[in-house]
Design a protein around this ligand. Structure first.
Ligand SMILES: Cc1ncc(COP(=O)(O)O)c(C=O)c1O
Length: 371
């Protein structure tokens, strides 16, 4: 029986082994491991790829969400609008920086924040919207940009799952003041350890963001801000420069596999939607089924591994419930009904650079026999 992994980081990185070894030697020989030429080079390359004015490498995607909120210097606590269905990091970033997450439900066709539901959540304390291009599908940017303009709100894009995804010929990460990226190893552009960074589109934030990652300092031992230690390693930057050259082909491969699922999976499964005005890069190929857990077990019995993104809706995580209780804030269950439905029915199918078209046709064949 064919064994299909959900993902396999060894096989994912194997094609780059020789180049990685060479770049490891280069970094070792340079004797310079933090904030050097490799980070500078990657920052320039990724900014050019995105067509963003600047890019700043950081230690993680979480930091890439937090540092903009700090640099924007809102009074604490301000309200930041966030989708009710996202990875916990987006919400933690708002809370960690002293602000209040205000949840907005997703559009069930896109799984992204529903722009029609944002306006009713805006108050005099709202300062920003933090959107997430979830699973690799761009949010509806025209609607969101119009709302930001109308209500004078800042926009931070969580692009941890959307490297290379475009909305109307413009890269995700280049719409808001800042686009936040994660280079966690499983991402479409993944390092061999932790990493992240910010596309900086509002250059008035650039100097403070750059200092914040390095103890608030531009000049060694001169500290202008209470900063952080969030620096992308030289070695990770070197690996990322190698991988970046393949990002379009990695995304293209995933899109080809996704197209097979979209064409051949039977109609029992709720499939992701695609449209002409944006490109979905399928970081995650998310389907939904009301008997999701049964389907997951069935696939496992057929040696097909899947994942769930995510098993617990953020508003029901102990951490979030405790935070709201501690600050005597109300978590309204009506704010996460749809998010919960997604979390209870979502299943992520294998759709990675390690999979062949034959692998996916095999998954489809097995899935189509599920009753
Ligand atoms: C949507 C989203 N935001 C933020 C992050 C945080 O990235 P990191 O793990 O690099 O801190 C992730 C990582 O999985 C993510 O999926």
């Amino acid at each position: 029986m064919k064994n299909i992994d959900y993902e396999n980081l060894y096989h994912l990185n194997k094609p780059y082994l020789e180049q990685y070894k060479q770049s490891f030697s280069d970094v070792l020989d340079s004797g310079w491991f933090i904030l050097g030429k490799k980070v500078e080079a990657f920052e320039k390359e990724f900014a050019a790829y995105l067509k963003a004015p600047e890019f700043i490498g950081l230690a993680s995607g979480l930091d890439a969400l937090e540092l903009p909120l700090i640099a924007m210097d809102f009074p604490e606590p301000s309200e930041v609008i966030v989708p009710s269905n996202t990875y916990i990091a987006t919400i933690n970033a708002i809370i960690n920086t002293g602000h209040t997450p205000v949840f907005v439900e997703p559009d069930m066709l896109t799984y992204n924040i529903d722009p029609k539901k944002i306006e009713e959540k805006i108050t005099s304390k709202t300062k920003a919207i933090m959107i997430v291009h979830l699973y690799g599908k761009p949010c509806e940017m025209d609607d969101i940009m119009a709302l930001c303009k109308k209500h004078d709100l800042k926009l931070i894009e969580d692009c941890a799952q959307s490297h290379g995804a475009m909305y109307k010929e413009k890269m995700t990460g280049t719409f808001g003041q800042v686009g936040a990226f994660s280079f966690y190893p499983t991402k479409n552009l993944g390092a061999l350890g932790d990493g992240g960074g910010m596309a900086v589109n509002d250059l008035s934030l650039y100097q403070s963001l750059k200092a914040l990652r390095n103890y608030g300092s531009h000049i060694k031992y001169h500290n202008e801000f209470i900063g952080y230690n969030s620096r992308l390693d030289e070695i990770q930057a070197a690996f990322l420069s190698i991988k970046l050259k393949q990002l379009d082909s990695i995304n293209g491969h995933k899109q080809k596999l996704a197209a097979l699922y979209l064409k051949h999976l039977k109609s029992d499964f709720i499939l992701p939607t695609v449209n002409d005005h944006s490109s979905h890069v399928f970081h995650i190929f998310a389907i939904r089924h009301e008997r999701r857990d049964e389907l997951k077990d069935y696939l496992l019995q057929h040696f097909i591994k899947t994942e769930i993104h995510y098993p617990i809706v953020p508003c029901e995580q102990i951490s979030i419930k405790n935070h709201f209780a501690k600050h005597q804030m109300n978590l309204d269950p009506n704010d996460f009904v749809l998010a919960k439905e997604i979390h209870q029915t979502e299943l992520s199918l294998p759709c990675s650079a390690i999979h062949s078209e034959e692998d996916i046709m095999h998954v489809i064949e097995v899935m189509n026999q599920f009753n």
